[in-house]
Design a binder for this molecule. Structure first.
Ligand SMILES: CC(C)(COP(=O)(O)OP(=O)(O)OC[C@H]1O[C@@H](n2cnc3c(N)ncnc32)[C@H](O)[C@@H]1OP(=O)(O)O)[C@@H](O)C(=O)NCCC(=O)NCCS
Length: 170
């Protein structure tokens, strides 16, 4: 695997070009949206995902991680800082190009987030995973997200899911 180059961009500083680039990646990973019962990704759905934050958080708390291999965007993550507590961050989505999965890119992006969080004094990193997605669950457990914090129902479109929140202590 070529080690990805990881960039971090404040959500509020994303340009139209950045959004178009991330949208291109989401289209190359569109199987995920189909599998969870979501609409095919569009620029509008990307903007609404970025703005869809829990009470008490704003776009200023959000940072976007992008991983590039040979100059091409291979994966990205949406990360919310300071939620659900001051000393925790949560990964909202981590998505890798479907043709490039299993090459360690997801691991490198998740590690970059954990590294930054630790450097910022954060004590716990969280992620929400749809509990029926066994390969994703296995990925996160291997990344150290071994503590189950809570389970809750989530409806995407007309599909009902259960989301399990996993925690990694830093
Ligand atoms: C989960 C995901 C981010 C992992 O990134 P990745 O670059 O494929 O992961 P790595 O190469 O570092 O690790 C591979 C592991 O990821 C997991 N994985 C999940 N879905 C996978 C897929 N479609 N292809 C390959 N690996 C996958 C597996 O646990 C795999 O290990 P295995 O080969 O022993 O089964 C990526 O597969 C992806 O984008 N999946 C779809 C979106 C998703 O489910 N995101 C997580 C919830 S937000």
């Amino acid at each position: 695997m070529t080690l990805p180059c990881i960039t971090r961009t404040e959500s509020l500083e994303l340009t139209a070009e950045d959004l178009a680039e991330i949208q291109g990646l989401r289209l190359r990973a569109a199987d995920f949206f189909v599998e969870v019962g979501d609409e095919p990704p569009t620029i509008e759905s990307l903007e609404s995902d970025l703005a869809d934050l829990p009470d008490g958080s704003t776009r200023a708390d959000e940072v976007i991680y992008r991983g590039y291999a040979d100059g091409v965007l291979v994966g990205y993550a949406e990360v919310l800082r300071g939620w659900p507590a001051e000393d925790s961050w949560v990964i909202g989505i981590l998505l890798v190009d479907s043709a490039l999965r299993g090459s360690g890119f997801g691991h490198e992006i998740a590690e970059a987030v954990a590294h930054d969080a630790k450097a910022a004094g954060v004590r716990s990193l969280l992620v929400g995973v749809i509990s029926s997605r066994t390969r994703s669950l296995a990925f996160w457990k291997r990344e150290g997200f071994t503590t189950e914090a809570l389970r809750r129902p989530l409806t995407i479109g007309t599909t009902e899911h259960e989301v399990v929140r996993l925690e990694r202590g830093l």
